[in-house]
Design a protein around this ligand. Structure first.
Ligand code: A3P
Length: 328
């Protein structure tokens, strides 16, 4: 198995070395991006993508949580995990002691090669990925697996990405924000479509179009709607979509409400595990759990982007996401 995997990696490296590349931060080659099938990927995620395209075999019952990074993945994972396991755990729900990312496997990281190293929970149909729609393993579409996509205002997404990058590179905020050029440069690249799994616009548009063509199979959600309404509509919608609607008895007991509260930013961000734990500590992808919980608000971009920057993103969004009934 070991040697089969390394032979694949040699093959993938040969392909990757021919791809267009963006070098980003001198000290961190893992943050460089490579363009594959129209999107930009950091190296390790691209190796993962090539591997799942070749080996991964979904079950027809698998449900894929898809997102562009920093658009609400953690929240979506927590909600769907809590909904689908609600009858399995008592008061010691795993979300109280486990980072949501460790509750739902990450396709292009955990299921690489043939996933033999990963112990998938046979009772849990959820898998998460940032892979764009066009690059998803074809069998996911052919088998008609369900997909839940979450998207978010690109201005807030960019600001969230920026702070995540700071955590990722382990640099102090002061040090990096003093280099205004860096922020400016990341911003310009984001606008040009260069970001992890970017272009943002194409990522969103593909899932949006697919969801219009196939609303039964693809549920398209917006972070802002879920946050703003903060009612139970989306908790119920998610439960229905994954074929686990709440019974009358559960409604009477306030189960949807409890799930919403369990998964709220306030609750999750205050848990010890999410304040002090570390995710994938023993790998090159190691990061503090608290990097996934920053502010969890709508419109924080106002504190970080100039008026011109905001106008630039809005204009690009308008040009690229020319969508009826889709607006920010
Ligand atoms: P901010 O950086 O704007 O605070 P992802 O989960 O896709 O990596 O996205 C991270 C963003 O979602 C961060 O946004 C984070 O704070 C926010 N977030 C994390 N958990 C959340 C929750 N339970 N509810 C709402 N937002 C959440």
């Amino acid at each position: 198995e070991e040697s089969k995997n390394s032979i694949s990696t040699i093959r993938y490296n040969a392909l990757i070395s021919t791809l267009p590349k963006v070098e980003r931060i001198k000290m961190s080659p893992n943050l460089d991006w490579y363009k594959y099938q129209g999107f930009w990927f950091p190296y390790s995620f691209l190796v993962g993508l090539l591997s799942i395209q070749e080996h991964f075999k979904p079950l027809p019952t698998d449900i894929f949580l898809c997102s562009f990074p920093k658009t609400g993945t953690t929240w979506l994972k927590a909600l769907t995990f809590a909904i689908s396991t609600r009858n399995r755990f008592g008061p010691n729900h795993p979300l109280l002691s486990t980072l949501p990312h460790e509750c739902v496997p990450f396709l292009e990281v955990d299921l690489v090669h043939d996933g033999t190293n990963y112990n998938r929970d046979p009772q849990l149909p959820l898998l998460a990925t940032h892979v764009p729609y066009t690059s998803l393993p074809k069998s996911i579409i052919e088998l008609g697996c369900k997909i839940i996509y979450i998207c978010r205002d690109p201005k807030d997404t960019f600001v969230s990405l920026w702070y995540f990058l700071i955590k990722l590179t382990g640099r102090e905020l002061g040090e990096i924000t003093n280099h205004k050029l860096c922020f400016q440069k990341e911003f310009e690249q984001f606008c040009e479509g260069k970001s992890s799994y970017g272009p943002f616009w194409d990522h969103v548009l593909e899932f949006w179009k697919a969801s219009l063509e196939n609303p039964e199979r693809i549920l398209f959600l917006k972070y802002e709607d879920m946050k703003k309404d903060n009612n139970l509509f989306y908790v119920r919608r998610l439960a229905e979509f994954i074929n686990q609607p709440f019974s009358e008895e559960e409604e009477d007991k306030g189960v949807p409400q409890k799930i919403m509260e369990l998964c709220s930013f306030g609750n999750l961000s205050g848990l010890e595990v999410n304040k002090t734990g570390k995710h994938r500590a023993d790998t090159g992808l190691g990061i503090n759990n608290n990097a996934y919980f920053r502010k969890g608000e709508i419109g924080d971009w106002k504190n970080h982007l100039t008026k011109e920057m905001a106008e630039t993103i809005d204009r690009i969004a308008e040009e690229n996401l020319d969508l009826d009934s889709y607006e920010y």
